[in-house]
Design a protein around this ligand. Structure first.
Ligand code: PMP
Length: 391
């Protein structure tokens, strides 16, 4: 089978593996053991990684906190602000199309008495379906709003949100802005100063790094962002996130970020071309396909490697069963054990049927033009076959 599920996770780049290997058998010291050379070597690796990541996103090294991934980063950002800033108020603003790693922590706080406003983005039929207008955020902010949490790039439909505009509004209102940039860092230019975010989550395994390693940017300048830790212990990372640092994962994260940012311009042009070829190829072979999310010629509003579409007149489950030669994700696929139709596709107003018969492609670094041609054939053949069965 050919892998096209690069929004779910990615193969680790051999160059990233190479960078990580010495940490297993040579630089294996504990970065907190500053009394000897092994600890010092590990500490230096962590600091260098911090600098690499900071430079890639326009931050300062001390503003990077290492975590086990974007889920933890989102939980730390949301929980850390909401428990700390309770005095300003208990209100949070977010979007219905966020990842569960934002929506679920917010729901936990809602159950404890916080109030959450979930904004609805542009709907199916709009050329920018899935996108939020900054004015919606302005209208939603109240005197008791503590936090706005909005993702930069969506993991299902690839839509890119106008974060810089949203940040201006948040700044004017004195509200902190958290951004889940898991699908954006390394794929589109991300600069925390230009974006104006206060907190930003990212993860290694979406950009050809290892699973279980991620980070949170926490702004140090200007209005101080103080976070209540959710993991207590040895006081590592200035107490914000205790636990022995995952040096291997941190080195892998930094190398993954460095490579993706260095190669971004060429790679995103290449992916956009592959993606557009995939879409035009599918439409030449098949009728009744509906693009989900922003139109492809609005390239600034959509990730280059993302394609998500619904197939009319086929059963979603049967479709997935008939495209087993390619690894893609389905609109009825699940984030976890419960196979529920995509909350993102529902949130942009797609019907239940079309949601279930949707496919998501995440094209990535290791995909080729031949693989894309193969995918066109696999999908078109499956659709033909299934439609003949019901005809
Ligand atoms: N946010 C977004 C937008 C994601 O795509 C993902 C991964 N599906 C996550 C958060 C969770 O990241 P992690 O797997 O590193 O916990």
């Amino acid at each position: 089978p050919i892998y096209f599920d690069n929004h779910a996770t990615t193969q680790v780049d051999p160059r990233v593996v190479e960078a990580m290997l010495p940490t297993f058998t040579e630089t294996y010291g504990n970065p907190s053991s500053v009394g000897h050379l092994f600890g010092e070597a590990a500490k230096e690796l962590v600091e260098r990684s911090q600098q690499t990541i900071a430079a890639a996103i326009g931050a300062e090294a001390k503003e990077i906190v290492f975590t086990s991934g974007a889920t933890e980063s989102n939980n730390l950002a949301i929980g850390g602000v909401l428990t700390q800033r309770r005095r300003r108020g208990d209100h949070v603003v977010t979007v219905t199309t966020e990842h569960k790693a934002v929506l679920d922590p917010l729901e936990q706080f809602e159950q404890r008495g916080y109030e959450v406003t979930r904004l609805a983005p542009r709907q199916v039929g709009d050329p920018l379906a899935g996108q939020l207008a900054a004015a919606q955020v302005a209208e939603a902010i109240r005197p008791d709003t503590s936090l706005v949490s909005i993702m930069l790039a969506n993991n299902e439909i690839g839509v890119i949100q106008p974060l810089a505009e949203i940040a201006q509004i948040c700044k004017q209102q004195g509200v902190l802005l958290h951004c889940d940039a898991t699908q954006a860092v390394g794929k589109i230019p991300v600069d925390v100063q230009q974006l104006g975010v206060d907190l930003m989550s990212f993860s290694a395994h979406k950009i050809y790094g290892p699973k279980g390693s991620g980070g949170l940017y926490v702004r140090k300048e200007g209005p101080r962002v103080r976070l209540q830790p959710s993991i207590f212990g040895g006081g590592q990372q200035r107490g914000i996130r205790s636990g022995t640092l995952n040096v291997t994962g941190i080195v892998g994260l930094a190398e993954a970020v460095r490579l993706s940012v260095a190669e971004m311009a060429d790679e995103s042009a290449r992916l956009r071309q592959l993606r557009d070829t995939l879409w035009s190829g599918l439409n030449e072979r098949t009728t009744g396909l509906h693009l989900n999310g922003p139109e492809l010629d609005h390239s600034e509003a959509r990730l280059a490697g993302n394609l998500n579409f619904a197939v009319e007149q086929v059963d979603g489950e049967a479709l997935m069963m008939n495209v087993r030669e390619i690894a893609v994700s389905s609109g009825s696929a699940c984030t976890s054990a419960n196979p529920q139709p995509s909350h993102v596709l529902r949130a942009i107003g797609l019907s239940e049927d079309l949601t279930r018969s949707s496919l998501r492609f995440g094209l990535g670094r290791f995909n080729t033009a031949e693989e894309v041609a193969f995918a066109v054939d696999v999908v078109a053949t499956a659709v033909d076959k299934l439609r003949k069965l019901i005809a």
